[in-house]
Design a protein around this ligand. Structure first.
Ligand SMILES: Cc1cc2nc3c(=O)[nH]c(=O)nc-3n(C[C@H](O)[C@H](O)[C@H](O)COP(=O)(O)O)c2cc1C
Length: 186
């Protein structure tokens, strides 16, 4: 099978619409109906919900990522997503987790942070796609025995989309990346 990857000249939010169009197209071709999308504000997830049908899991930053005790996802945005049937999830980030607390306190780096930085060699969004797939799998919100589409970006919006089979954090190396749908050219 020959399948072309869409490479963006620059990373970032301006690629969001194109990524989501390509996601819709590939999901239809492969019959995929499970989607996980990184969406801090809910904006990217809301747009995705207008473009595809199926199980959409919107993953936002954990509470305290920016401000102690605070979620960045506002209640209004969360409610708009829930109204459209989107699952909204916030939890510990799979590819930093408690390791981030250890390196913040003591310096140095933990193995899981090295994994994250290695995935970022492809793109920020590539790391995010893997991370949110693990998080959504551990929350029981997406299957681990079939292909899903995972969507991430560079700080805001989407610039990377992968077809992958998720895995739980306790069997992380079972996760399989089948296809890159789109990514920024590093
Ligand atoms: C759990 C999680 C981890 C993220 N990690 C990174 C990261 O390491 N690097 C990065 O550039 N963006 C990161 N992001 C941002 C996302 O890739 C994406 O661009 C953003 O969530 C889109 O939010 P929006 O819908 O509010 O624009 C992360 C987002 C989430 C929810």
């Amino acid at each position: 099978m020959e399948k072309k990857i869409c490479y963006f000249e620059e990373p970032g939010k301006e690629n969001t619409e194109r990524v989501l169009e390509l996601v819709r197209e590939r999901a239809d071709q492969l019959g995929i109906r499970n989607f996980v999308v990184a969406s801090v504000s809910g904006e990217t997830a809301l747009r995705l919900s207008e473009m595809v049908e199926g199980n959409i899991v919107s993953v936002t930053h954990h509470a305290g990522f920016r401000e102690k005790g605070q979620l960045e996802l506002e209640a209004e945005a969360r409610d708009a997503l829930l109204e459209r049937g989107v699952n909204v999830y916030a939890g510990s980030h799979a590819l930093s987790g408690v390791g981030r607390g250890i390196s913040n306190r003591f310096g140095g780096v933990t193995p899981v942070e090295i994994m994250a930085e290695t995935l970022r060699m492809v793109s920020q969004g590539f790391k995010v796609c893997v991370e949110i797939a693990i998080m959504a799998a551990d929350a029981g919100l997406i299957p681990v025995d079939e292909e899903v589409i995972s969507i991430g970006g560079t700080a805001w919006g989407a610039d990377t989309a992968l077809v992958l089979t998720p895995a739980h954090m306790n069997s992380v190396f079972d996760l399989r990346i089948h296809e890159v749908i789109a990514m920024p050219r590093p």
